[in-house]
Design a protein around this ligand. Structure first.
Ligand SMILES: O=C(O)CCC(=O)C(=O)O
Length: 349
């Protein structure tokens, strides 16, 4: 295994592999048969759609729809979220532009597993691991800021600053709703995240065209280690799949929607009432795909454990306390392996 300071082997940019014109993908991207994209999707099902404006117009119904989505699905699409359509479109376009910059421009921002910040092509430091068919750009945004804004496109930073403020706003709104839905005080989960110091970081994902999409994945099956994720999917090409009842469902993105999913830390805090659900990304032979995942997380040093009001003699604490930083280090060593790292930490009580 490589150390957290270094990649264990030279990093190969997946875009270069895609553009090489080779019809066969390297062995290191070929998933074992059980992990390959299967054909058993429930094609007519989609994740719940939540109209956030309903919190004003029809509060009780909207709260209960959100509760059901968090318990049964761990995923929903938010519409009428108040983020301007032009801003959302701009965010998508700007990352597409970035990934189309020349390779030597992107390589200036090459990342290391120490912080993951910058341009990268692998997650996890296990030597010889089977890799995913994607490149990405990772940035920490809040509370400590970051050092690696790409200089090009020149307006990327301004656009992302504006979008990030909206994500922090939405994170606060949803944590209040999630707290109330658990019968907790409105500020309970926000306080557990570290109040105003809750963390926010982002990963822009680039999935190049793939000549053998049936053999690999753009992103392996994983649950998100943090608090909750706001995902802007690509509107031109689908790819995100979530696991439900042992089948994979391809998410059909809603126009102007933002996909929200519960991360492992909310599963722990809610003592498993909310579900952090496994998801993955399939790739495409004809289309590239770009997405932006914004992670709203507890502050690194917050000790995360089931909220005491949710622990009873009938339902003991299912997880031991662990800081978010410890948990994330564990995940970063392992890479995005499937469901559910957090389950393997379950207490034996
Ligand atoms: O690209 C997507 O649709 C999903 C991305 C994702 O799951 C992630 O970045 O953690």
């Amino acid at each position: 295994m490589g150390s957290m300071g270094d990649w264990p082997e030279p990093v190969v940019c997946v875009q270069s592999l895609s553009e090489s014109g080779n019809h066969v993908i390297p062995d290191q991207y070929i998933k074992p048969p059980p992990e390959r994209p299967s054909t058993c999707n429930l094609t007519d099902t989609n994740i719940p759609i939540i109209d956030l404006a309903g919190l004003v117009d029809s509060r009780e119904e909207t709260m209960s729809r959100i509760l059901e989505a968090c318990r049964e699905w761990g995923f929903f699409q938010l519409v009428n979220h108040g983020v301007k359509t032009e801003l959302v479109d701009r965010v998508r376009e700007i990352w597409r532009e970035f990934f189309h910059e020349p390779m030597d421009v992107k390589k200036k921002y090459a990342n290391s597993p120490k912080t993951y910040e910058g341009f990268g092509s692998r997650l996890g430091v296990e030597k010889g691991a089977i890799l995913d068919w994607s490149d990405y750009y990772y940035l920490n945004y809040h509370p400590f800021g970051h050092t690696k804004w790409p200089a090009d496109p020149p307006y990327l930073r301004d656009v992302m600053e504006e979008y990030s403020k909206e994500i922090l706003r939405l994170g606060e709104v949803l944590l209040k709703v999630f707290s109330r839905n658990l019968g907790l005080k409105e500020d309970c989960l926000q306080n557990a995240f570290g109040g105003k110091d809750a963390g926010a970081c982002l990963r822009a994902n680039y999935y190049p065209k793939c000549p053998q999409p049936d053999l690999t994945l753009g992103l392996s099956s994983h649950s998100d280690p943090g608090g909750m994720t706001f995902l802007l999917p690509d509107m031109r090409v689908s790819g995100l799949q979530i696991r439900k009842d042992d089948q994979w469902i391809t998410v059909k993105p809603e126009p102007n929607g933002i996909i929200v999913n519960i991360g492992d830390q909310l599963q722990v805090l809610s003592n498993a009432i909310y579900k952090s659900v496994e998801h993955r990304v399939v790739v495409n032979p004809d289309e590239e795909r770009v997405s932006l995942a914004y992670f709203y997380n507890p502050r690194n040093d917050m000790l995360i454990q089931p909220v005491s009001e949710l622990v009873t003699s009938n339902r003991p604490a299912l997880y031991p306390p662990m800081t978010f930083e410890e948990y994330r280090r564990f995940i970063r060593t392992k890479g995005p392996k499937g469901k559910l790292q957090v389950d393997s930490l379950k207490s034996q009580n």
